[in-house]
Ligand binder design. Sequence first.
Ligand SMILES: [Zn+2]
Length: 655
Amino acid sequence: MVKSFRRLCFALMVLVYGSCWAQTDAQAPEQGVFNLHKFEQLIGKETYTLARTANEVTLKSDFKFTDRGTPVPLTASLTMEKDLTPRDFQIKGKISRFSAIEDSVHGRSAGTITIPPGENFFDIQGYAPVSMQMMLVRYWHSHGSPKILKTLPRGEVQIQDQGVETFTIGSRKIPLHKLSVRGLIWGMESLWMDSQDHLIALVSMDAEMDHFEAVADGYEDGLATFVAGAARDGMANLAKVAEGFTAQTAPVTAIVGGRLIDGTGKPAIENSVVILQNGKITAAGPATSTTVPEGAQVVDAKGKSVLPGLWEMHSHFEQVEWGPIYLATGVTTARDVGNEREFIVAARDAIAAGKGIGPRLVMAGVVDGSGPFSLGVIRVDTPEQARDQVQKYKAAGFQQIKIYSSVKPEILKIITAEAHRMGMTVTGHIPFGMNAIQGIEDGMDQINHVEYITPLMVDPKSKTIDPDAPNVKKVINLLLEHHTVIDDTLALMEVILHPLDHPISGFEPGILKVAPELKEALETMGSPPAKADQSAAMFRAMEETVRLLHQAGVPIVAGTHQAVPGYSLDREIELYVQAGFTPMEAIQAATLVPARAMGMEKDSGTIEVGKRADVILVDGNPLQNISDIRKVSTVFAAGKMYQPAALWSSVGFKP
Ligand SMILES: [Zn+2]
């Protein structure tokens, strides 16, 4: 591998410039700048210097971006032997708006891990800083390009050489080496290096699991090309995972003997038969009166409950790993509420065409206004831009528009009017300078996150909600009058607001099963222990808001905004029961109510004849113990059968 890479380097050298490993012997410090992006929006910069003396090499990096107004600064230094073997590593700062980090490694040990003498390893932690990833690849290249490379303070990475791609950036044609890296984030990163092993571009995820891109100074024009290249890699991966799951589709399936909880609200049928044929439900009822067609593949559901496939109403399907995760959780339809347009369209189409694996995707296209807190690159600052973007989303098959926080109040009305004219609905954040009442009056049909409602209901002094207070009644009546739908994301708020000195596993055991690199990032989320009381009061008020809205008849739909992938949807459903929903109502908040909210109840949301064959089997009885919703044992998505254990394993989670 090294040999062939060097040979290739030599060939490239003739085409481009310099010699392949020349910088290894140079004594002048190497310096560089990376432009940092989130959802393709430039939000920061990393500068690094790499200094060499006779016996060591030292990298110093200064990384900082500002995400929606919150600075995320990070510094790192790494001292290496001349051959890049790490000696001393220090990292300190933040890796997302909600995550802090401080760590160091000296020599070959960290915590309980010691790398035996002679064995290759590198010091690195997570996706940032980017120059650390560049040094990781240089180390890997110069140490025989091993299949697996151990890392400190923990973990390992897999790096693969994906060959040369030629990019046209400005007027230059530039051949770059593409590499894929696994192990630093959950999922795969795409990196492009030049012939001198300078990192030119990296397309990855940040610690909030959002699209993150870094591009070396001078290559900024290539950003869209790099993003498209990474999306292609992602889809190819999705297709590869899907290949392993294609054999399990029978023309007719009979789910026999289970407790049918059809989601309509009717009592459960203890011994039932459900027939799936050509992707549809063709029969469902008591075993005594429902015929099993001859030749049907029989699935024994004794001791299990049979429920409609779940809906996830606050998805950010930003990497292909979400596909298997959602299916394993029992999610057969996910509404994406904010993504890179090209990426989510490609993912939706791949899944719909059977070339990828995942739930059916319905989509809300995100728009934002310009400002210091903006997200992404789709801006609607004028009425013309607003109408144009709504039309573009409509043309790409989006069902909804998602309002983001920096949309100007005077533009909101124009967006909602245009969306309604195009037959779309509008969900999202309440823009700065407005409250939820104004947002609804200006045409928003739905609201993401309950924290836009709670401040209108809570008593500022006591921090509690009086159900009889006039302001509380006013908000509830307005929501009812407008049939406003709320996806509250309580489970996400619980993760963000829980005190950092309490492990997430105390309320969300699923975190013990997620991929290690993801677990590490999630465990940095939480609120300062000193503010524990304040955070707990805030969370209680949000729970109380959800309880009162539900009690009054406001549609509440389950969504997670990622949080602990998959499991947070289960947690959301558990929290509903904690907030006073009956178990059936909690299940409906993740099935029938979302289907109605999206105008898709004729096709989805319950187990009834004629609907899509989205059915899950769950061990136990969630009507008695709502946490049984975590025990999904089989999933049918449009009639295709999946086993969760294999799905979890395919993305590095424990089954
Ligand atoms: Zn979100």
